[in-house]
Design a protein around this ligand. Structure first.
Ligand code: EPS
Length: 341
C-alpha cells in the first residue's frame, strides 16, 4: 500500500513530496521524473511563470545505486519565483480558494491561502506519479492522455486560435482531457465496500486537481441519455479469455477493472485568475474592488492532462500493489505472473 504526503507553497522555497510503500529494486532516476515535469510545464496558453521555472527533481532518499531500497522516497522541486512570498494580498479572487480559505484559516492575508491552493503543487504530484508510472510500466501498464476540448471547441487545429483570442481579451479558458490506461489486470479495486471502489478513487484523484469540476468514466454522463441495451458492453469468450468488444464502461464495472482500457475524462474550468479582473471585495476593508492579479495562465488544459496521468498512476499503483503484493519488484513480478496464469 502506498502513502503520499506533499508540502510546499507556490512562491515558497520548494515543493516536497514523500512517497512511502514503493517496492525495493525498482530502477529509478531523476530523469525518469524530469521528463514528465517538462511535459507538465508545456502546452499552449501558459503564462509568464512557466518561462521562469524549469522544474527538475532532486531525489533526497529512498534510492541507492539507481534503485529503490523500499524506504520512503523524498522528492524536492525548487521554486525560482519566490519574489512575491512576503507580499500581502487582500482583494479576493472569484473562483479561487481565497474567500472560504481566509475565513476558515482566520487570516486577513489572502496570500496565506493562495500560496498553497495554487496549482503549482501539482508539480510534485507529477513527480510522484512518474515513479508510479515506472512501477506500472514493469507490467506493461501504460497511461496516456489527450486534450479533447478547449473552450467547447473540439477541433484541435482551432485550439491555438481560441487561446490567442481569449488571451487578447484578457480572459481565460478551460476544457476537457482524457486519460487512457491499457494492459491492466482484471480485478483492481473491489465491489465489496464503498471505499474500495476504484472508479470512486480515480474520480476523487482527478477531482483533487485544482480547477477540475467534473469527471466522466467511460460514456459517463452520456449513459444517462441511452437505453441499457445501448450502454452495457456485451461479454465474449474467445481464445481462452473473457473480453468485451465495446468499452462504454471505461474499463470499470462494479468498482473493479474489467480488463478493458480505463477511459476517464475530466472537465477543467477556465483559469480563475483573470488579467481583466472580475468584480470582488477587499477582504480587509469590505469595500468593492477588482480581484487581485499578479500573473496568470490563459489555458492550462494540456498541463492538467499530464497531472491527470500522474494522479491516476498513483491510484493504480496503489491498487496494483494491494492486489498483487510484494516488497521487492522481483517478488511483485513473481506474484503477478502467477496471478495471470
Ligand atoms: C497559479 C498561478 C500561476 C501559475 C501557477 C498556478 O503562478 P504565478 O502566480 O506564479 O504566475 O503559473 O502554476 C504554476 C506555478 C505551475 O507550476 O503550474 C495559481 O494561482 O493556481
Amino acid at each position: 500500500m502506498l502513502r503520499l504526503l506533499t508540502a510546499g507553497e507556490s512562491h515558497g522555497k520548494c515543493l516536497i513530496g514523500i512517497l512511502e510503500g514503493i517496492v525495493a529494486n525498482l530502477a529509478l532516476s531523476e530523469n525518469d521524473i524530469n521528463k514528465d515535469l517538462e511535459r507538465r510545464q508545456g502546452g499552449y496558453g501558459r503564462g509568464g511563470r512557466m518561462k521562469i521555472e524549469k522544474d527538475t527533481v532532486s531525489i533526497l532518499s529512498g534510492i541507492r545505486k539507481g534503485k529503490t531500497i523500499g524506504s520512503p522516497i523524498a522528492l524536492q522541486i525548487n521554486n525560482k519565483s519566490t519574489e512575491f512570498f512576503d507580499k500581502s494580498v487582500s482583494k479576493l479572487r472569484p473562483g479561487h480558494a481565497d474567500l472560504a480559505g481566509a475565513l476558515k484559516y482566520n487570516t486577513n492575508d489572502i496570500r496565506n491561502i493562495l500560496e498553497r491552493s495554487s496549482a503549482r503543487e501539482t508539480a510534485i504530484r507529477v513527480a510522484i506519479g512518474a515513479i508510479c508510472k515506472k512501477l506500472l510500466s514493469q507490467f506493461k501498464i501504460v497511461i496516456s492522455s489527450r486534450v479533447v476540448e478547449i473552450g467547447g471547441e473540439s477541433n484541435k487545429s482551432q485550439f491555438k486560435n481560441i487561446i490567442d483570442d481569449a488571451k487578447a481579451a484578457k480572459d481565460s479558458l478551460g476544457g476537457i482531457f482524457e486519460i487512457k490506461v491499457v494492459n491492466l489486470p482484471i480485478g483492481l479495486g473491489s465491489h465489496v465496500h464503498y471505499d474500495r471502489r476504484l472508479d470512486g478513487k480515480l474520480a476523487q484523484a482527478l477531482m483533487s486537481i485544482q480547477a477540475i469540476k467534473g469527471v466522466d468514466v467511460g460514456l459517463g454522463f452520456g449513459c444517462a441519455k441511452l437505453l441499457g441495451s445501448q450502454v452495457h458492453d456485451e461479454i465474449f469468450y474467445e481464445k481462452g479469455r473473457f473480453l468485451h468488444k465495446t468499452n462504454n464502461a471505461g474499463g470499470l464495472e462494479g468498482g473493479m477493472t474489467n480488463g478493458e482500457p480505463i477511459i476517464l475524462k475530466a472537465a477543467m474550468k477556465p483559469i480563475a485568475t483573470l488579467v481583466k479582473p472580475l468584480q470582488s471585495v477587499d477582504f480587509k476593508s469590505k469595500k468593492a474592488a477588482r480581484a487581485f492579479v499578479e500573473r496568470a495562465d490563459t489555458c492550462a488544459v494540456e498541463a492538467a492532462a499530464v497531472i491527470g496521468e500522474a494522479v491516476v498512476a498513483y491510484e493504480l499503483a496503489n491498487s496494483f500493489l494491494e492486489k498483487i503484493g510484494g516488497d521487492s519488484i522481483e517478488e511483485v513480478k513473481d506474484h503477478f505472473y502467477y496471478s495471470q496464469k
